[in-house]
Write a new protein. Structure first.
Length: 123
């Protein structure tokens, strides 16, 4: 399945790069702390037949820009921009320490991150 490199602009103006592949309910794949979108490429390929898999470069990695100082709120804004681009709602899959970021996004008012679509797919 073909993926395409695109960008969205986060709330603070930072460019966030991502690849999207597949059709269906959007699932945003959030790689681990030191990873870019290539870390979750195999998972994106596995999900693409049934979902729209969105793998992004976290701030300061790959094709994404960065901010002068790190704040978890900026990464949550990045996820919000990706969810909006996907047409929301979207599910989030967090790898490694970024699973906590997915939970933080839900706690900061992104309840669509808790949709059960992946749980149904994986069962």
């Amino acid at each position: 399945m073909q993926s395409t490199l695109q960008t969205v602009i986060s709330a603070d103006g930072t460019r966030i790069a991502f690849e999207s592949s597949g059709d269906g309910h959007p699932v945003i794949l959030v790689g681990g702390a030191f990873n870019d979108r290539t870390t979750v490429a195999a998972l994106a390929a596995a999900l693409a037949p049934g979902f729209r898999a969105i793998a992004h470069d976290r701030r300061g990695r790959g094709g994404s820009g960065d901010a002068p100082a790190y704040a978890v709120e900026r990464e949550i804004e990045d996820l919000a921009a990706l969810i909006e681009h996907a047409g929301g709602p979207a599910s989030l899959f967090g790898h490694s320490s970024r699973a906590v970021l997915a939970l933080e996004a839900a706690a900061y008012g992104r309840p669509e991150a808790l949709l059960p679509a992946l749980a149904d797919f994986l069962s």
